[in-house]
Design a protein around this ligand. Sequence first.
Ligand SMILES: CC(C)(COP(=O)(O)OP(=O)(O)OC[C@H]1O[C@@H](n2cnc3c(N)ncnc32)[C@H](O)[C@@H]1OP(=O)(O)O)[C@@H](O)C(=O)NCCC(=O)NCCS
Length: 162
Amino acid sequence: MMKWHWLRHLQPSQMKDLQDLYQMEWWSKGRTLRQIRKMLQLSDLLFAAVDADERLIAFARVVTDFTYRATLLDVIVHPDHRGKGLGRALLEKVLSHPRLRPVERLDLFCLPPLIPFYKKMGFQADRLGIVRLSIDPKQGPSALNRNFKNIKRRKKRDAHRA
Ligand SMILES: CC(C)(COP(=O)(O)OP(=O)(O)OC[C@H]1O[C@@H](n2cnc3c(N)ncnc32)[C@H](O)[C@@H]1OP(=O)(O)O)[C@@H](O)C(=O)NCCC(=O)NCCS
């Protein structure tokens, strides 16, 4: 039987393990150690499982206001340890965290193939049809400017036609 234990903070070697895990997934490929250190410092709750040799084998984190909203991010189990109940144990660890109990709702994002996994853990798909809208903050002001210019152009054209 596989043995693991939980940590609240990652040591530098485990940060490197996390970086290696991130390189294996399309949604986290390319993340640098510098970014990872900052993310670990600023995330609200960290969940990390290590094996007997203290190597990181599972990770998840939560970003939250501890009141209304919480978002579960970066759920990941090392490929060698998948299918053995570690993902379930990780989610149970998250869902039983006492500081998340008062939170109104815990959300996550995933692709359709993973919906059955999260449903097994009690998550439900959105019934209201709420969709995810995203923007790259670096593009924010220029996207706004673009939009503004389009509106001005349209108004000018309409005035010309009138
Ligand atoms: C998704 C992931 C965390 C699951 O971890 P795991 O350790 O393999 O999961 P477990 O062995 O604890 O499985 C728990 C249950 O979910 C089921 N399950 C696991 N992966 C599943 C999947 N991809 N689709 C459907 N069911 C799945 C298992 O069959 C098991 O069911 P059971 O309890 O009825 O036997 C792991 O596959 C992973 O790290 N994937 C890559 C990273 C990723 O995509 N993360 C999600 C980002 S949203």
